[in-house]
Design a binder for this molecule. Sequence first.
Ligand SMILES: [Zn+2]
Length: 394
Amino acid sequence: MGPIPRIPQTSMKLICPCCGETDIHPLLQTPAIPVNSCILRWSEQESLGFPRKVIDLVVCSDCGFFWNSTFNGSQLLYDTDYESTQMHSDFFRAYLEQTAVDWLNGLDSEPQSILEVGCGQGEFLAVLAEKTNATLQGFDPAFRLQDATSERVVADYLPEEPTAQFDLVMNRMTLEHIARPLDFVVNLRRWLAPGGTLITQVPNAERIIADQHVCELFYEHVNYFTKTSLVHLLERAGFKSNRVEITYDGQSLTVYSRLDPSKKPVTHSTVSGLENNLGASLARFSTDWNRILNDRLAKGREIWLWGTGSRATTFLAFACEHASVTGAVDINPMREGSYVLGTACRTFLPKALKGRQNLSIVVMNPIYKDEISKSLSALSVEAELLLVSDLQPQ
Ligand SMILES: [Zn+2]
């Protein structure tokens, strides 16, 4: 492995971990929000008392990367109470099936071995197992040892000393959680077999900026990658060929990386014109949402949330008075009876709404809007859907 620049452990001056430049500016500071958003808590007391911290976002003028400069992972939990699966959604399952097909087809040759780092409960590995004969291995500290997939997954963080090398190394929705992303990618490189491919998928921060999705700021997410910043990071880790794709209705950014140079020259997009107004949006968010929800309450409507994970945690922390929300719905039965972290807002399965009238439901991820409408229709629920994305302050 060639020499790889490392970020200093401590530095008075902030350095962008992606491009290495030092033109870093404050972007915004959030109110204190729960440090986790996918941990299950079963009493109001535990939920309301969950540790909170502010997010101090700073942005790199050169590549557009923004990150929480005061992130401290010491209170974060990634244990067996961490429940983030979306596999109960038919829409999400279909998306994951298609992702598996696309990723396998996107490789130059069929992999004999695949490693997924941050594999959750092994859902994606299980999907891949139906589509490839490659050996499959996963690492995730939040994995619950329970069933036949156990043999594939190690319930731990990825070690720094590789025990094997893999033709395909994947990290799906993981790198945004990592405080030292360059070191992490350098470690992934160690696990990659010669000629292999690394696939990295993260939330697409350009969409968060363009559409001002402040509900997609989470304490768990240290990093917010634009296309340019992620490619810079991968290049600094030694990957010379990086192919970018945007998927999931613009929500996901995926990069296929190889150590050998591409035959085609890679051109960088620049970030000029990508004006980041998240701070102004956040400042208006609470006022606007309280006006919207109070208007509904005055009309005798009941407020519910649909989705109880990360976005609901942020929404309730940033946006509204918790007392105005009756409850939250989630299709994941593992979440039934738990609380949206930091609040007394309890989680119910959709059937709890059966036959109810006059509801206003705030939808946390608009991509599920049609699926939610169908569920409500089947349960004879009369409800208006308020999409967080549509109601962003203009
Ligand atoms: Zn940068």
